[in-house]
Design a binder for this molecule. Structure first.
Ligand code: KIV
Length: 273
C-alpha cells in the first residue's frame, strides 16, 4: 500500500470541509469504514446513533423506496428531496449524494447537479463509471467525489460479477488508477472478484468501499433494506441480512389488525377522558 505521510483525521471533522483523499488516507491505513444507504429522516437518525461512518443517499432509492425495477428512472428531484431529508437528521455523519442516471451526461451537467446535491445537504457526490473529464471539473471546484466502478447498475444490462475476464479486470484496475490519480476520495467497487479488489485497494490512496467485492476493501457498503431484511425477493450472495424486519413488520401489523377487530386496541390507557 502506498504511504505518503498524510494526515490521519477522523471522518467527522471532514464533514464541514468536504471529504478529501489526502485527509482520509490515514483511515485507509488505520480502520475499516462502514457505509450504508439511507433515504429518510428517521432511519438517518438511527444510523448516526449507531455510529455509521458514511451515509450514501443511493439511487437504489429507485428500487427500494419508489418501486421501480432499476435505478434508471430516478431523477435529480428525487435525489435532492431524499438527500435533504437525510441531511435534516444527521449532525456529524458525512453524507454522499448519488448522482442519478442522466444527471452527468456532460461535465457541465455534472457540475450543476453536484452543486444541487451539496445544497441539499450532501458533503460529497458519487457517480458511476470512469469519467475523468467530470472528476477533474468537480475536484477543481473542490467537490469531494466518490467513484463507483465494477458493476454499474445505471447502465448494466445484466447484474453479474464484473472482471472475471482478464481484459475486464485490467480495465477495472486501470480505471481505478485513473480515478485515484485525479483525487477521488473513495471508490465503490461493486461485484468484482476479491483478488481484484485487493489489488486496487493496495494501489490507491482513495478508500475502497466494497459491495460484493470481498474483505480486502477499506470499507463495506450495503443497501440498508437488504441488511434489515426488508427486501423479501432480492437476496444476492454478497448481502448479509442482520435482522428480518419484513417478518417483524408483518407480525406487528397483523397483531394490530387482530386487536382492532377484537376490541383490544385502543384500551383505556390509550384513550382521552
Ligand atoms: O445506490 C446505491 O445504493 C449504490 C450502492 C449499491 C453502492 O450505489
Amino acid at each position: 500500500m502506498k504511504q505518503n505521510g498524510l494526515k490521519q483525521n477522523g471522518l467527522f471533522e471532514m464533514k464541514q470541509n468536504g471529504l478529501k483523499q489526502n485527509d482520509l488516507f490515514g483511515l485507509k491505513v488505520k480502520k475499516k469504514i462502514a457505509m450504508l444507504t439511507c433515504y429518510d429522516f428517521q432511519t438517518a437518525k438511527l444510523l448516526e446513533q449507531a455510529g455509521i461512518d458514511l451515509i450514501l443517499v443511493g439511487d437504489s432509492l429507485g428500487m427500494v423506496v419508489l418501486g421501480f425495477n432499476d435505478t434508471k428512472s430516478v431523477t435529480m428531484a428525487d435525489m435532492i428531496r431524499h438527500t435533504a431529508a437525510v441531511a435534516r437528521a444527521v449532525e456529524k455523519t458525512p453524507i454522499i449524494g448519488d448522482m442519478p442516471a442522466g444527471s452527468y451526461n456532460s461535465a457541465e451537467d455534472a457540475l450543476k447537479n453536484a452543486k444541487l446535491l451539496l445544497e441539499a445537504g450532501a458533503n460529497a457526490v458519487k457517480f458511476e463509471g470512469c469519467r475523468p473529464e467530470i472528476v477533474s471539473v468537480l475536484v477543481k471546484e473542490k467537490i469531494s467525489v466518490m467513484a463507483h466502478i465494477g458493476l454499474l447498475p445505471q447502465t448494466a444490462e445484466k447484474y453479474c460479477v464484473q472482471g472475471y475476464e482478464k481484459d475486464d479486470a485490467k480495465k477495472i484496475f486501470e480505471d481505478a488508477m485513473i480515478l485515484d490519480k485525479l483525487g477521488v476520495f473513495a471508490i465503490v467497487l461493486e461485484c468484482i472478484p476479491l483478488s481484484l479488489a485487493k489489488k486496487i485497494t493496495e494501489n490507491t490512496n482513495a478508500l475502497t468501499i466494497g459491495i460484493g467485492a470481498g474483505l480486502h476493501c477499506n470499507g463495506q457498503v450495503l443497501v440498508i433494506n437488504d441488511l434489515l431484511g426488508l427486501n423479501q425477493k432480492f437476496k444476492p450472495k454478497f448481502v448479509k441480512q442482520y435482522t428480518n424486519l419484513s417478518e417483524k413488520i408483518t407480525t406487528a401489523v397483523s397483531n394490530f389488525k387482530e386487536e382492532v377487530l377484537n376490541g383490544k386496541f385502543p384500551l383505556d390507557k390509550e384513550s382521552f377522558h
